[in-house]
Write a protein that binds this ligand. Structure first.
Ligand code: NIG
Ligand code: FE
Length: 413
């Protein structure tokens, strides 16, 4: 049953013990040179330096030689909207012609555009499209993914999205977490009657979600023109009664007190953070909440990037995710997320890799099975092509330096 991988150029993010990394800790990426790795039944059984390898090769079912290659844990993508009914390239053109994200939302585009499409899509089609996106992302090194609802915005369609996510969870080889984002936008009919839509979320959606175990987390888009901090608090408190932890869209376009409300709710993570005040940064650094940065959303919307350096200097625990969605980040390529983090947010390659592996595993409660090379965790790995340094991953943007990906001890390509 066991697999031996020998002569590994660099075995990246080896941790006997692990914890959520904060501030300066992010820059240390423990790596073993000239290493071996033993996998049994899809789980890491042993690893170490080749010089201390004591077993006989003949006793292994498979032996792979990884000379010159780096092996690292697969990416954990803790924030996506990959269940959706298709692309919005018209808005892409509108943005090139000068409209802002808010202009587009105000004329019925944006989230409401995706909701219209999704309401008319069949459950089978939504499943198939999301399945194909996940299969493509696996080849790019993603080994766990969080998926949100939020393009349904009616009782029927939000539940439809969550059933699709549940089916993906059951059938996919990678770990999937499900987040209920009924509070993504107010449907047109409720624009002037927020209370009525919030009551639909609380009284019609949440009880069914809880009964059918359709979600792990609850999310709210806290933003001007969307949900206020008070509305977010009310919705989260109701979700928390059913055991859903808050994992929230905060400070994308403006700072309106969402950080403080989220921290008081003990949110697992606050995601986006393009627009952070000094107080927001300070408050986040004194909390247990993870700050998840989504640089491809800033890139695609031509927004200022998240202040990664300030967050790290303040001692925050940060992670990175793709935000894969048709409006603000039509890519789930975590390699590009890493590249942007280094180039535009001035994160060191070590910081970015830690933020997208070990810290990202915490941002989706998967730290005990993924995120580092640790005995007992899943054998989900990225094998690079032979390269001299792990820094070449973010450096060589646009080139695919991934040679192979292993999920649960099996090569997928
Ligand atoms: O995370 N900002 C809110 N939600 C998504 C975008 C949704 C959309 O434009 O469809 C985001 O960026
Ligand atoms: Fe998002």
């Amino acid at each position: 049953m066991s697999i031996l991988i020998k002569n590994i150029g660099g075995l990246v993010n080896c941790r006997t013990e692990y914890h959520l990394l904060r501030g300066k800790e992010l820059s240390s990426l423990p790596t073993l040179s000239n290493a071996y790795l033993i996998i049994n039944d899809g789980i890491i059984e042993e690893y170490g330096e080749m010089s201390s390898f004591q077993k006989k090769e003949i006793d292994f079912k498979h032996v792979h030689d990884a000379s010159g290659k780096f092996i690292l844990p697969t990416w954990c993508d803790s924030h996506t909207h990959i269940v959706n009914a298709g692309t919005r390239e018209n808005e892409f053109i509108d943005k090139i012609n000068g409209l802002t994200y808010t202009d587009i939302a105000e004329k019925g585009g944006g989230i409401l555009n995706s909701a219209n499409k999704l309401q008319n899509a069949s459950e089978d089609q939504l499943f198939l499209d999301a399945w194909n996106r996940i299969e493509e992302l696996k080849k790019l090194g993603t080994g766990a993914i969080e998926i949100k609802s939020g393009y349904g915005l009616t009782v029927e369609s939000e539940l439809k999205m969550l059933r699709v996510i549940k089916k993906l969870k059951e059938k996919s080889s990678i770990s999937i977490k499900s987040t209920f984002l009924g509070a993504h936008a107010f449907p047109s009919a409720y624009k002037e009657n927020h209370e009525a839509y919030i009551s639909l979320i609380i009284n019609e959606m949440l009880p069914v979600i809880a009964k059918d175990k359709l979600a792990d987390y609850i999310d709210v888009f806290c933003e001007q023109g969307f949900f206020s901090p008070n509305e977010m608090e009310l919705i989260c408190q109701e979700g928390m009664k059913y055991g859903l932890k808050p994992k929230l869209h905060i400070n994308q376009l403006s700072s309106i007190g969402g950080i403080q409300t989220a921290i008081n709710l003990n949110a697992l993570s606050v995601d986006h953070l393009e627009t952070m005040t000094e107080t927001d940064i300070n408050d986040l650094s004194n909390s247990n909440t993870i700050g998840t940065l989504l640089p491809t959303a800033a890139f695609f919307l031509r927004m200022p990037y998240q202040p990664a350096r300030k967050l790290i200097e303040a001692g925050c625990a940060i992670s990175l995710a793709s935000d894969f969605n048709p409006g603000s980040s039509p890519s789930g390529n975590m390699n590009f997320v890493i590249t942007l983090s280094c180039i535009q947010m001035k994160m060191l390659p070590e910081e970015a890799i830690n933020a997208a592996t070990i810290n990202a595993s915490y941002a989706m409660d998967l730290q005990d099975s993924l995120g580092s090379i640790t005995v007992g965790k899943k054998a989900n790995f990225i094998f690079t092509k032979p390269i001299r340094s792990i820094s070449l991953l973010p450096y060589s943007f646009g080139s695919n330096l991934i040679d192979q990906v292993m999920i649960n001890g099996e090569f997928i390509n």
